[in-house]
Design a protein around this ligand. Structure first.
Ligand SMILES: *Cc1c(COP(=O)(O)O)cnc(C)c1O
Length: 473
């Protein structure tokens, strides 16, 4: 229903050739090629047409509107959207931000392997086929005490494969308190259904006792399943069944005892509240048959899922059709092997997520002071700048579904301005060339320093300069 006015506006949209010949377009053409730039400008013209027809944004001049839209789209498309960010959220294992940043050695391993042919499935000794899994299996067994191990795409895949192989068409008993959802896409009940196992729920949300499991066992029961509650906690009156009790019951009834441990803790963490957290080895020693866990949570490696347990089951999983669909890429394996070797060498403290989690308060405070000083210096350079920068208390969390209610105490840098809201400043930080992702608390922007990596201070400082309108050479 375009009226004459709209038609006139539509006619005033600049022509493609005109836009392509502007000086700013030539730089994009050099980088992306003329055809691609043309396609993107066409898209921008379509957008503007649509807006004009629906009566949106008819205030600015149409040619300016088109130009701006084209520039925005081109800038968006010229660089990768998958790119590094600065994690100033204080959440160490942040799933949206890619979970665990890799250790130097893991990065080097990927780097060395990615561009060359390699021994992924080749044995130079045999002069023939080798096993993809073999590169890491012995290390996992060595560290955890497992008899055998298999790696797949992630822990969700590990749980799915373990259940598909050991319990399809049969019953799996699980506590009502452990029907967890993790990161809005992994739901234990759905994974169980998908594996072909029949889920038998016992107990109540807050209390499940060993007798509940015992009473539910039939001749069709294949396994008892224990799931780490990860990202939630039941408080108040609670009762859950211990690993030892479940192991004993499973053994007496000749059932398999499977445990989805979630975060793959290999060694105890050096923080007080994590002392009780079982490692993979603890679970296996307490009698768990099969343990599954993630590689990119507390373990600190790449996205991968591990199934550790008796060889007889692991061999069956290895030859299952699903395994082919869930198999791990060479770069992931390279990163994982290098990470595991750091554990073997007793150097796990150097793995970034572990270093961040175990960082003492004094070190965190020092980092906060340094960053604060640096940012205050920038404020001083701007005349009449009303930004206030200060060291504030700011606790971090481990994240990734581990210890959801425990705070890692420490300090961060608070930024406030009477003339700009915290949301507004945060948006500006997020839109920096390398996005800086801050936290916000009580109307104050918080830059958490525990989760900063080397070089991040400099990136934050240059983002801050830009926000304050300082141009850098
Ligand atoms: C995180 C988690 C998963 C999912 O693991 P991914 O590696 O993300 O697939 C499954 N179970 C538990 C208990 C978890 O904590």
């Amino acid at each position: 229903m375009a009226n004459t006015n709209t038609n006139e506006l539509l006619r005033s949209i600049p022509a493609m050739e005109e836009l392509l010949n502007t000086p700013w377009a030539s730089e994009f053409i050099t980088n992306m090629g003329r055809e691609e730039v043309k396609r993107i400008i066409a898209e921008a013209i379509d957008d503007v047409r649509r807006d004009l027809r629906t009566g949106k944004s008819s205030k600015a001049s149409v040619s300016e509107l088109t130009l701006n839209r084209a520039m925005t789209l081109l800038n968006l498309r010229i660089s990768s959207t998958l790119k590094p960010v600065v994690n100033a959220t204080g959440v160490v294992i942040h799933t949206n931000l890619g979970r665990a940043p890799l250790a130097e050695e893991a990065i080097k391993a990927v780097n060395d392997l990615a561009g060359s042919y390699n021994t992924l499935e080749y044995s130079p000794e045999k002069g023939g086929r080798g096993g993809r899994n073999a590169h890491v299996e012995w290390i996992i067994c060595h560290i955890t005490g497992a008899e055998a191990a298999l790696v797949v795409n992630n822990n969700a895949a590990a749980v799915l494969l373990a259940l598909s192989v050991t319990a399809a068409g049969r019953e799996v008993i699980i506590s009502a308190g452990e029907l967890v959802e993790i990161g809005d896409s992994f739901r234990i009940p759905e994974i169980l259904t998908f594996s072909g196992a029949k889920m038998i729920i016992v107990g109540c949300t807050n209390a499940t006792r060993i007798g509940d499991y015992r009473n539910a066992i039939t001749e069709n029961t294949a396994a008892l399943l224990k799931v780490h509650p990860s990202n939630y906690q039941v408080a108040g009156f609670t009762a859950s069944t211990s690993r030892e009790e479940l192991a004993e019951l499973a053994s007496a009834k000749k059932l398999l005892f499977i445990e989805d441990l979630g975060s793959g803790l290999l060694f105890p963490l050096g923080v007080p509240f994590a002392k009780q957290e079982p490692s993979v080895r603890d679970c296996l020693e307490a009698g768990t048959g099969i343990v599954t866990f993630s590689g990119d949570k507390l373990l600190g490696g790449p996205q991968i899922g591990v199934i550790a347990g008796p060889r007889i089951f692991i061999d069956r999983m290895r030859s299952h059709q699903l395994t082919r669909a869930l198999r791990v890429d060479k770069m992931t394996l390279a990163a994982f092997e290098a990470t595991l070797r750091m554990y073997l060498a007793g150097r796990q403290q150097e793995i970034p997520v572990i270093r961040m989690i175990e960082m003492d308060e004094e070190t965190v405070l020092k980092k906060a002071r340094n960053l604060s000083r640096r940012l205050r210096q920038i404020v001083k350079e701007v005349e009449n700048c009303d930004f206030e920068v200060e060291v504030v208390e700011a606790g971090g969390i481990i994240g990734g579904g581990a210890f959801p209610t425990n705070l890692l105490p420490g300090h961060g840098v608070g930024i406030r301005s009477p003339s700009r809201s915290a949301d507004n400043i945060a948006a500006a930080f997020r839109q920096a060339a390398t996005p800086v992702i801050p936290g916000i608390r009580d109307g104050q922007l918080i830059l958490h320093v525990r989760t900063l990596l080397e070089g991040d201070d400099k990136i934050i400082a240059s983002a801050f300069s830009e926000i304050l309108g300082i141009r850098e050479e």
